[in-house]
Design a protein around this ligand. Structure first.
Ligand code: FAD
Ligand code: UDP
Length: 388
């Protein structure tokens, strides 16, 4: 079928694009998904490593968690979930601590047992020492909540490595993602629902896109195919918003990641799925060990697969992973959003299209909401204009 004959063209086969493709096809309309990579799944893509037989997440460990009943139920139409609950450790000056910072981290770091009240008082005193009325960057926000010693040990170096930006130039909202707990709760997320798809993320996408009304074209860049679309056709665009407009107002800044995978001849390399490295001198931010994500599976006893993650500023030809979101970026994005508002047949969304730090459940929730509020009305408007 020619591209112009589909009811909708979806750019990107990540969770945003796949959810919209599935929803649109469920109404009887035809969809073509264009994906420039050689696989579906976007950054959530998983595959089996031929050498070890271990499934790995190509773009870093992806942990599913949500408080949305709607998203949780929606995904259950395509997969069951395991009981996995994520824990993270962090290494600082040769010692290992629980992350996010909890009572165990605080006691180990200060070298003595404290009750929750004692720990809270100690941290409060240290935070008050530099209190400001309204913290307006990541460093101020972190110091106001955990005090300078814990900030210097666990946040400053990691954040500098991860964002290649001084924490005083970063928005406070980034650190708001990381809780501080005065209990021994060792889990990374506190959401009501958590788990991993039983047979991996890629299988979820395969099922979402498995419809006679959905065609997927891999290895196709939208910008090479754009001329063969019909001018009023619905386009759902989940690529970078600045690229859509040919960077005409300037480039938004993104962070990219380099992944260095290695098969190691031991049963267990680090004892956990993710270990962070807090110190600036260690070049990687974290190491993933994928067999720990699925303890319910049988894995080879003599081999494991690890992946070191390095972070750096993205150049135009790198994969953009995280919006850096400086004040300049926010201004530029707002100008691009005004341009986007004038593209009547194009819906911009997902992490790249909305220049937002979205977790998987948020990408799915926004696709479900955009389907109800924007896609359905798009066709209602088209019918009215044909009738009128
Ligand atoms: P993407 O998955 O990025 O999909 C967009 C797709 O569009 C890509 O496949 C891209 O190739 C394609 N595309 C772009 N431009 C074009 C074009 N011109 N033509 C054709 N195709 C194009 N979320 C969690 O909930 N838990 C986690 O633990 C977690 N960990 C993460 C770890 C890392 C390292 C990263 C980077 C993200 C993580 N996320 C996590 C976030 C999660 O990856 C996103 O929420 C999710 O991928 C968003 O889906 P999306 O469809 O918006 O974008
Ligand atoms: N962070 C940190 N130390 C850590 C883990 C996280 O300082 O050991 C900070 C860092 O600034 C990071 C933010 O907390 O960008 C949010 O962490 P999260 O794990 O949510 O980031 P993600 O891995 O999803 O990018």
């Amino acid at each position: 079928m020619a591209l112009r004959d589909y009811d909708a063209i979806i750019v990107g086969a990540g969770f945003y694009g796949a959810t919209l493709a599935e929803r649109i096809a469920s109404t009887g309309r035809t969809v073509c998904v264009l994906e420039r990579r050689s696989h579906i799944g976007g950054n959530c893509y998983s595959e089996t490593d031929a050498g070890t037989g271990i499934e790995y997440h190509k773009y870093g460990s992806h942990l599913f968690h949500t408080n949305s009943e709607e998203v949780w139920r929606y995904l259950h139409r395509f997969t069951g979930f395991t009981q996995y609950r994520h824990r993270v450790l962090t290494v600082h000056k040769g010692q290992v601590y629980p992350m996010p910072i909890n009572l165990g981290t605080i006691c180990a770091f200060f070298g003595r047992y404290m009750t929750p009240t004692e720990a809270r008082e100690l941290v409060r005193r240290q935070a008050d020492a530099e209190a400001r009325s309204t913290p307006d960057n990541l460093e101020e926000k972190a110091v106001a909540s955990i005090g300078r010693p814990l900030y210097e040990a666990f946040v400053r170096g990691y954040t500098k490595k991860q964002w290649q930006t001084d924490p005083r130039q970063l928005p406070a909202s980034i650190i708001a993602r990381l809780p501080v707990r005065f209990t021994f709760d060792p889990y990374y997320f506190a959401d009501q629902y958590e788990g991993l798809p039983v047979d991996g993320y890629t299988a979820v996408f395969r099922r979402m896109l498995d419809s006679p009304r959905i065609d997927v074209r891999l290895g196709v860049d939208f910008f090479d195919a754009r001329d063969s679309l019909c001018p009023h056709q619905l386009v759902v665009y989940s690529g970078p918003i600045d690229r859509y407009f040919g960077y005409r107002l300037g480039e938004l800044s993104w962070r990219t990641l380099d992944f260095e995978r290695e098969a190691v001849g031991v049963d267990d390399y680090q004892g956990a799925a993710v270990v962070n490295y807090a110190d600036e001198e260690v070049p990687h931010t974290r190491i993933h060990e994928f067999k720990h994500l699925h303890p319910e599976r049988r894995h080879p006893p003599d081999r494991t697969l690890i992946c070191r993650e390095y972070s750096r500023r993205a150049r135009r030809d790198d994969e953009p992973y995280y919006p850096v979101n400086t004040a300049r970026d926010r201004q530029l994005f707002s100008a691009y959003r005004s341009l986007a508002g004038r593209e009547n047949n194009v819906l911009f969304g997902g992490r790249l299209g909305s220049y937002q730090y979205l977790d998987m459940h948020q990408a799915i929730a926004s696709a479900l909401s955009d389907f109800r509020k924007k896609v359905v009305s798009f066709w209602a408007r088209t019918l009215e204009s044909v009738a009128g």
